[in-house]
Structure formats: C-alpha cells, structure tokens
Design a protein around this ligand. Structure first.
Ligand code: OOG
Ligand code: NI
Length: 301
C-alpha cells in the first residue's frame, strides 16, 4: 500500500490499518517474516486484495449507512451475496483505482434472529435515530478514520455478549468489535516465486506457528477454480465488558488470496499480467467459511 497522503481515502485507510496492525499480532508477524526472508522490503510491498467490515442491519446502520463512506470515495457497488444459515447479506465494492483494496461489506439480518437476540441488539442501537454517517464530512479523512474507531453504542454487558454468541457469533463479534477492520488480505500471486501460490504461502504462515481456518478445508476454492482463499484464525483477546468483567473473545484475522489468470488471458506473458486479467469478485461458499475465522469452532484450540 503506497498511498498519496492527501486523499481522505488514504488517510482513513492508513488509520484503520495502523490500529489493526497494533491489535492483531499476526499482521506484523507475517510482514516481519516476509521482510526477514527477503520477500519484501516493507508493508508497502504487500498488495492488499481487499479489506472487510461487518455491520448490523438495523434502522440507520447496516450496509445502507456504511457504504456511503466508500461510495463517496469513488467505490462502485458490485455483486450481492447471501448467507442463509448465518443470516447475512454482503456486497463487494470495486475501488476507484487499482492501487486501492476492494471492500467486502456484510450485514447481519437482525429481523431474522430470535426475539431475544433482536431485543438485545435493539437495546444497544435504539438510541441511534439518524444515520451517523450523514453527520460526517466525507471529504475529511481524519474524521472518517475516527468514526470507525468511535463507539456508536455502549460497551456490552458480558451476558448480552454470551447470549448473542449462542445464536449468532457474527452478532457477538459486531456488538463488541463494531467497525474495526475485520481483516486485510495479502495478495499472494503478487509475491515472488516460492510465496506466490496459496499452498506455499500457507506453509510459510504455518511455519510462524499461526493457525489457519480449516472450515471447509484450509484452501477455499471457487467453482471456476480461479479464486483461492485462506485465512488465519482470529486470536482470542481478553475483552473488558461493563462492570469490568472480562472474557476472551475473537478479534480480527488476516486473509490470503490467490486470483488466477482468466482463461482468455492465459496466452499473455507473465510480465504483462495485470489485475484486470485475473479472476474478480468473491465467492459465496468461500466467504461462508472465511466468516468462521472468528467463530468458536475455529478459535477454540
Ligand atoms: C468476511 C468473510 C468473507 C471473503 O473474502 O470472502 C470474506 C468476514 O469475516 O466478515 O472475507
Ligand atoms: Ni475476505
């Protein structure tokens, strides 16, 4: 990531990344190991395939609110994805120019949860009676950066967190972590030989003693075979709830993606392959499993 520091998008993406790198040890571990292995000179040499956010589908919040931030920066809304069992909707957004990451934005369909879970969520969000994004100056990168890290609802009670966790691990994650960056994604096909396939990259990550998400297999592959993804399991962090109660909860994680060259561009010499010659977008079945990087089944051991 080598951003022109003047643009609001550069400013808030850097703010998001800085906090994420501070909070998620795997981020710096992987970057440092790539540097000491001579693969890259620094973070700026890693191509960020996409970043992801999670939201709650309640009035004034959710995708309809959150996407305004990115649409204003020139992002284009692309395909829709639905996750029946997890009760989620998602879209991906194409960046205004190729040096910026794609965005994967999902939302919990709160109306589909039990009465009890809805009651818990609404207790936290009921005071929000207008879209908080409408109050932002979307040309002010610093203000947007602060918005991502500023709580929109009170710190949860531990029993509310536990109750949500039982029904929707996604709901529990958002009630605590809010709009923190959920993950960034290292584009492995942009690295050098020995690191530029997901098989090789996963070996390297495992050599750092980081655990990979095994839901649906370590490497998630789209039906066309061209989008391949893996991710670390979110590290558990001791979280502080109201009344100073604590409990370890899932934070954020790191993803790795390999986008293969589309059949119609297979004839191009490797040096001429650009982003637009590779598989675009996302894949419902891959994403469905990647969500589980913060789920207990993956984080428990
Ligand atoms: C997003 C999971 C999906 C992808 O690349 O398909 C995803 C999340 O965990 O919020 O990142
Ligand atoms: Ni992702």
């Amino acid at each position: 990531m080598n951003f022109d520091k003047e643009k609001p998008l550069d400013i808030f993406l850097n703010m998001l990344f800085e906090r994420y790198a501070q909070q998620v040890p795997a981020v710096r571990m992987i970057t440092s190991a790539l540097i000491s292995s001579g693969v890259i000179d620094g973070q700026q040499d890693i191509v960020n395939d996409h970043i992801a956010f999670r939201t709650l589908g309640v009035p004034h919040l959710g995708i309809a609110s959150f996407e305004k931030i990115f649409l204003h920066q020139g992002y284009k809304k692309m395909d829709y994805y639905h996750f029946e069992a997890k009760k989620l909707n998602a879209y991906w957004y194409a960046p205004p120019s190729p040096e910026y990451p794609r965005i994967f934005m999902s939302e919990l369909i709160v109306d589909d949860l039990s009465e009890k879970a809805q009651e818990i969520i609404h207790r936290y969000t009921n005071n929000i009676n207008q879209d908080p994004v409408d109050a932002l100056d979307l040309d002010n990168g610093l203000q947007i950066g602060e918005f991502f890290h500023q709580p929109l609802w009170p710190l949860p009670a531990i029993e509310d967190y536990r109750n949500l966790l039982e029904e929707s691990e996604y709901a529990a994650w958002v009630i605590y972590n809010r709009y923190y960056l959920n993950h960034y994604t290292i584009s492995v096909h942009d690295l050098k030989t020995g690191y530029n396939t997901l098989e090789d990259f996963n070996c390297f990550v495992e050599s750092l003693e980081l655990k990979l998400n095994s839901s649906g297999g370590i490497i998630k592959v789209s039906p066309d075979g061209l989008l391949r993804q893996s991710s670390t399991v979110a590290e558990m962090k001791e979280a502080i709830f109201i009344e100073a109660e604590t409990m370890p909860i899932a934070g954020s994680y790191v993803e790795f993606s390999e986008r293969l060259v589309l059949p119609e561009f297979k004839h191009l010499p490797p040096a001429e392959i650009k982003k637009e010659h590779r598989r675009e977008g996302f894949e419902t079945n891959n994403a469905d499993k990647i969500f589980e990087s913060t789920y207990i089944k993956q984080t428990k051991d």
